[in-house]
Write a protein that binds this ligand. Structure first.
Ligand code: AMP
Length: 399
């Protein structure tokens, strides 16, 4: 049983082919610069040689055709024909309140995803283009959609509602949705396995910190609260996103700096966070390097970033009335020894006892970074959103 996983962005299309018998990746790759000149397809067959092709790829439809060509190519390909693929699973960012789980693509499902374009104007339209492109090129293959928001649909009203007029929720569905759901879902399950305890008995905070960053309070295996909101701007300080700020800063800045709504939106999404405070980079590696070299702004950016993360972990421990484990994942969470140390050492009051040596170890496997007797355990769990998409797709098609 082979599953093709797709993640379509506005000018990119990433893919992976999974053999679900042993959950191995046969090939992965990406098409970049779709709709621009000199589009690039990078194809990596597992154990084989990387292929790079530069051509004009004007739309997602052509991109999908190129992916099919390379997957079935006599030399670089990994399958004899597309008949070997049983289903395609797509990552879709926003499922609104309509989708509480992954689902097979039907006409109704497509209509609903289109209706949600308003809530994710940058993300849902390209995902839809990916679905349509597969429909055109592979009309007989079932498709599944896996939503970033679905896992968080378990939140109760007291955590997902904003204290603003209820009419805004009723009319426009303005509420907290949360994102990175597949990652929080995947790592919380992996963490429970590593802890050797049933997920349903645990109070956990999962920290998905990469370019985008979010925390989730996982209570009995379900999201009780999460830091991203109506959009992926709320919550933690990120590479270029501000995270939480006083909402009054928006009209105040518009007035003082004579900025338009879209300019303020761009400021908060693209010119804030680590980038804005350090003046150096949005990349945590460069921040830590500059900080170690004595750069004061880099240190300030690092301190703000880790303080805000600690604040969320503390708040969620209070929200759940307890804490058994903290999980770090994604680019920063899996790799930054300095960030994990700064967060854990200042949470000793919660019962976190960091093991400095374990924190240094690099591995692709889930692992503990706390001492054996630590009341609250901290784990690093490499995320794998594609595998979860492949699993959901496989389960739905099998059924
Ligand atoms: P992601 O969005 O999960 O791919 O994460 C990307 C981010 O992870 C990059 O922008 C870096 O800031 C961060 N990152 C990757 N490797 C390291 C590392 N070794 N140390 C610190 N941060 C890292």
């Amino acid at each position: 049983m082979m599953i093709l996983v797709m993640n379509a962005g506005s000018s990119s299309l990433k893919y992976q082919v999974y053999n679900m018998l042993n959950e191995t990746v046969l090939a992965q790759g990406r098409v970049e610069r779709i709709g621009m000149d000199a589009s690039i397809l990078t194809h990596e067959p597992t154990g084989g040689t990387e292929v790079n092709q530069v051509s004009e790829i004007l739309d997602h439809n052509t991109a999908v055709r190129k992916v099919i060509d390379v997957l079935t190519h006599p030399e670089h390909g990994v399958i004899p024909s597309m008949d070997a693929i049983q289903a395609v699973g797509h990552r879709v960012v926003h499922g609104g309140e309509s989708f509480k789980a992954s689902t097979l693509v039907t006409e109704e499902v497509k209509k609903e995803i289109r209706r949600l374009f308003d809530l994710a104007p940058l993300h849902n339209p390209p995902a839809m283009m990916g679905i349509t492109a597969v429909e055109i090129n592979l009309p007989n293959i079932p498709q599944v959609v896996v939503f970033d928001t679905a896992f968080h649909q378990s939140m109760p009203q007291e955590t997902f509602l904003y204290p603003i007029p209820m009419v805004l929720y009723r009319r426009h569905k303005i509420r907290r949705y949360g994102f990175h759901g597949t990652s929080h879902d995947y790592v919380s399950k992996q963490a429970a396995k590593t802890l050797g305890r049933p997920l349903e008995s645990l109070k956990m905070v999962t920290c998905h910190i990469g370019n985008g960053a979010s925390c989730a309070a996982i209570l009995n295996g379900k999201t009780y609260d999460t830091s991203m909101g109506l959009t992926p701007l709320e919550g933690l300080m990120m590479g270029t996103r501000s995270g939480d700020i006083d909402p009054a800063i928006v009209p105040f800045t518009m007035n003082k700096e004579e900025l338009s709504l879209s300019e303020v939106n761009s400021m908060l999404n693209k010119h804030s966070g680590l980038q804005a405070i350090s003046g150096i980079s949005s990349d945590m590696r460069e921040i830590v390097e500059a900080m170690e070299g004595g750069d004061k702004q880099a240190k300030l950016a690092f301190d703000m970033y880790t303080y805000r993360l600690r604040k969320y972990i503390g708040a969620y421990a209070a929200g759940m009335n307890g804490l058994d484990a903290v999980v770090f994942t994604a680019g920063v969470g899996e790799n930054s020894v300095a960030v994990r140390r700064a967060v854990c050492e200042q949470l000793s009051f919660l019962g976190i006892e960091l093991d400095v040596e374990r924190n240094q170890i690099r591995s692709k496997e889930p692992r503990f970074i706390t001492k054996d007797g630590s009341r609250v355990q901290v784990l690093v769990v490499p995320t794998n959103e594609e595998l979860l998409i492949a699993r959901d797709t496989y389960q739905l098609v099998k059924a």
